[in-house]
Design a protein around this ligand. Structure first.
Ligand code: UD1
Length: 417
């Protein structure tokens, strides 16, 4: 059990570099087993989900090593095609290995990830994509099973722009004969990143960042080096932290375009935002203004992962801030904890209405998921007294040294594992 103790009331001041992106490196690690090529990834964040992925790779028979921020994967010796429950339970997004293992081995068995933190997270679109490429799909003893005598390119029509299903389809299509056209694709920056990595690995493909991705073929390169893009949700977290605590913070190594929907809302609340080349600066003095409506949508809309963080920033804003969550059905649990800190929040279905209060007070609160947990730490920065966040390791799944990063900017924060 991890405990975060936050003493509120200290503004943030200084400059920091944003970590490599969790949601970019996970599909890249999965895709790295498509061939026997040697892979070297840099800017790989130290996160529980990354370590869980490396353990999956080792379990499958690949060599995977880390030195500082560099991870090397040697997938030549891949022998296994099954990921058991002990390994999927540690990381819900392990379904991202489906397409890569199927393409490489012709079969795959993955235990359905246990539990669920944001409402139901079905995998029907992932399975439909594998079927569209010629795989037989079944569920056996709680495991997803896919088999094929050879994947064949085809049209994958995604009914929803699912990030994971788009990534799985792109990866599997690299192992298919002929051309694959994915329609209704997600357009997140992590999809563009995956296309960049797959091209470096030898894929002939285009379209990532639009809703149609085409994969024409694949001729593997023996060695690939790849630098992981900056984490836009980690950047959004620090922006919301500064908006909550007040202060003046510069983020280095970010792509300001990736967080534009977040900075637009913060500017509307009265924060000063300055963008430069791979830099972002936020300045906040005094009370922010409410009045915004934050509607989560697929990229380039406002990211669902930043919704709890923006909620933390809105708690003391002057006026009403309305949230509409359109991606996940159960993503306001942090709001119930924030109410314990004196926040005024009314939650009804997809909507949450925050009426800003002048003061929040520290409380004992529970982190029930990754971004929700981070949002409680952020809320604590703006509360009087001590906030104690109890966390079963959720936050470490996605943030590298969040306590050290905030403390270096002047926050009073203590983390014990
Ligand atoms: C990814 C991100 C996660 C982010 C989410 C939405 C990773 C590792 N995780 O998750 O941080 O919150 O995108 O931006 O990149 N859906 C289905 N059937 C499916 C798949 C998804 O109905 O087969 C639904 C989901 O329930 C959800 C919506 O589609 O309502 C979006 O989910 P999706 O984009 O797939 O999220 P993930 O890829 O799991």
């Amino acid at each position: 059990m991890s405990i975060w103790r936050v003493q509120g009331g200290y503004p943030l001041d200084g400059s920091m570099t944003i970590q490599g992106a969790k949601n970019a490196v996970l599909p890249v690690l999965a895709a790295s087993i498509l061939t026997g090529s040697e892979i070297e990834l840099t800017n790989v964040p130290r996160l529980r989900d990354v370590e869980a992925s490396l353990n999956i790779l080792r379990h499958l028979g690949c060599a995977a090593q880390r030195q500082d921020d560099v991870v090397s994967v040697e997938p030549r010796g891949l022998t296994g095609c099954r990921i058991p429950r002990e390994l999927t339970g540690r990381m819900r997004s392990s379904v991202i290995f489906l397409g890569a293992i199927l393409a490489r081995c012709g079969q795959v068995r993955i235990a359905m990830p246990g539990g669920c933190e944001l409402g139901p997270r079905p995998v029907d679109l992932h399975l439909a994509a594998m079927k569209a490429l010629g795989a037989e799909v079944s569920l056996e003893d709680g495991e997803i099973v896919c088999r094929t005598d050879g994947l064949v390119g085809g049209t994958v029509e995604l009914a929803l722009p699912s990030v994971g299903a788009t990534e799985n389809a792109m990866i599997a299509a690299c192992g298919a004969k002929g051309t694959t056209v994915i329609t209704g694709a997600a357009r997140e920056p992590e999809i563009v990143e995956l296309q960049g990595f797959l091209r470096a690995l030898g894929a002939d493909m285009e379209g990532a960042g639009t809703s149609v991705v085409t994969v024409r073929g694949f001729a593997p390169e023996p060695r690939v080096g790849w630098r992981v893009m900056p984490d836009r949700i980690a950047a959004a977290t620090m922006l919301c932290a500064c908006a909550t605590a007040g202060g003046d913070v510069e983020l280095r190594g970010v792509d300001p375009e990736h967080v534009r929907s977040v900075t637009d809302v913060l500017e509307g609340m009265g924060a000063g935002i300055h963008t430069g080349s791979r830099r972002l600066r936020i300045r906040c003095a005094g009370r922010l203004r409410g009045g915004q409506t934050v509607v989560t949508r697929p990229y380039p809309g406002f990211p669902t992962d930043a919704q709890p963080l923006m909620m933390a920033a809105s708690l003391r804003a002057d006026g009403v801030t309305v949230f509409e969550e359109n991606i996940f059905s159960d993503r306001y649990r942090q709001g119930l904890e924030m109410i314990r800190m004196g926040a005024r929040i009314e939650i009804s279905g997809r909507r949450a209405v925050v009426t800003g209060v002048e003061r929040l007070h520290g409380a004992q609160v529970l982190a029930e998921d990754l971004r929700g947990g981070a949002s409680l730490i952020v809320a604590g920065l703006g509360a009087e007294g001590e906030t104690v966040v109890t966390d079963r390791g959720h936050v470490a799944r996605g943030y590298e040294g969040l306590d050290r990063a905030l403390a270096a900017l002047g926050a009073h924060i203590d983390f014990t594992e």
